[in-house]
Design a protein around this ligand. Sequence first.
Ligand code: COI
Length: 347
Amino acid sequence: MPETETLREYKNPDYVNWDELGFRTIPTDYMYVMKMSLDGKFSEGKLIRYKNIELSPSSGVLNYGQGIFEGLKAYKKRDGRILLFRPEQNALRMQTGAQRLCMPSPTVDQFVTAVKQTVLANKRWVPPPGKGSLYLRPLILGTGAVLGLAPAPEYTFLIFASPVGNYFKEGLSPISLFVENEFHRATPGGTGGVKTISNYAPVLKAQIRAKSKGFSDVLFLDSVNKRNLEEAGSCNVFIVKGNIILTPPTEGTILSGITRKSIIEIARDCGYQVEERAIPVDEMMEADEVFCTGTAVVVAPVGSVTYHGKRVEFKTGTQSVAQRLYRTLTSIQRGVVEDKKGWTVEI
Ligand code: COI
């Protein structure tokens, strides 16, 4: 294992209440760091103590937003072994995002190896089975100095980790969404389809406004027709109409979620007809169910959506499609059932 610092244990996870994890940063022992240059040269990746990083005030990421991130989770099985879920998909998505932002990116093998090393170095922070997961946050940051608008000359690939539980304060209970009319998340030809850091700050204004009114998250509409569903601030969206499950297509303005992709496949295996097509907001308001998917949120049932002052409630609970898909997905992720798809990677 490449390393600069002797692996020592720094803090004690004993202070963590595994039953009340939520989704916030709990500092762990180590992070992974690798330097990359624009002409494709890579330093040897290193595990170093988790700490603040030093950045040039003139760095590309601080001045021009040249940065992307990923999110994936490691789960502890009952037998103590640790599983990652489709890490190569994160590696590939990161490569696509890096290309869009003119940044170098690690190979799939470098990425997956780095993730595994980060998990192993922080092994004692992986929550016990059924209590949550270790969330890995890989980043590529333009850390080289640049003043005129241009790609930064140097990049840092960094992975940090934090134990997490449920994303929404509602836990596994249904969330409430507010359909945003004023702001949009993405535009055609923009970067909505990749996980650039700059896709997230513009969401905050709408999100804070909605949260102050008691909503869990905001649902964005497309910026051209102001009519079709795009995604929520933190996750993708699906609707259910009888045996048909619908989700907006990822055609540049919607993030190509790995949970989204997995749920589409699982739903088809379960006999549902899944369609990726434009969904007018009015069609959602007449659906049987609405649910959200994402690495952080997993599968979140939506109890109500409010649009133009009208609040509509949707079916949730143990008999819902969302619950069935949640159970199937998480059983694979946690290694509770046999992974016939080859999605999990044991560390
Ligand atoms: C994830 O689901 O992993 C994300 O990166 C979304 C983020 C808003 C927490």
